[in-house]
Design a protein around this ligand. Structure first.
Ligand code: HEC
Length: 133
């Protein structure tokens, strides 16, 4: 179903001629550069989080602060993509809320007392809402 929506969306926009100016007002056109930059931040931050946790049983306070900061970068990037209106990326629209919720849960656990880093350690698993590997 997800794939079908993506294909339909692509076909529709290809026919319509992809131009920001031609979209109706209740539509958010995400520029490729904007999406790439948000994705780069997501990727770099997820790598940073997992690098902090690799082989570490209990991160110290400064490692914890770096982990939380990286999760926050992920959240603010994800939120730039989380519009209330449909975008030209139906797959993104369908999954961005679930992704944000997972990163929020990872941050909440990492900042809890006592902290848990289990969710942070598998945060790149949430990329699979939209990406297959
Ligand atoms: C809610 C959906 C969604 C999630 C979650 C998501 N992505 Fe993406 N990602 C996309 C879309 C849509 C594209 C653009 C694909 C295209 O060009 O058509 C993309 C593109 C990318 C790209 C290529 C960027 C470029 O320069 O063009 C990278 C790298 C990437 N994602 C990494 C990640 C990583 C790492 C995660 C998890 C931390 C992630 N993504 C999570 C939807 C998502």
């Amino acid at each position: 179903m997800r794939r079908l929506r993506l294909l339909l969306g692509t076909a529709l926009f290809a026919c319509a001629g992809v131009r920001a100016a031609t979209y109706p007002l209740d539509f958010d056109y995400l520029e490729k550069a904007e999406l790439s930059s948000a994705m780069r931040t997501l990727a770099e931050s997820a790598v940073a989080v997992e690098a902090e946790l690799r082989g570490v049983a209990a991160p110290d306070l400064s490692a914890r602060a770096r982990i939380v900061a990286a999760l926050e970068r992920m959240l603010s990037s994800a939120r730039t993509l989380e519009t209330q209106r449909p975008t030209n990326h139906p797959l993104l629209d369908a999954n961005i809320t679930a992704f944000t919720r997972d990163v929020e849960a990872a941050k909440a656990a990492a900042t809890a007392d006592p902290p848990s880093f289990f969710l942070a350690g598998s945060v790149s698993g949430a990329c699979r809402y939209c990406h297959r590997r």
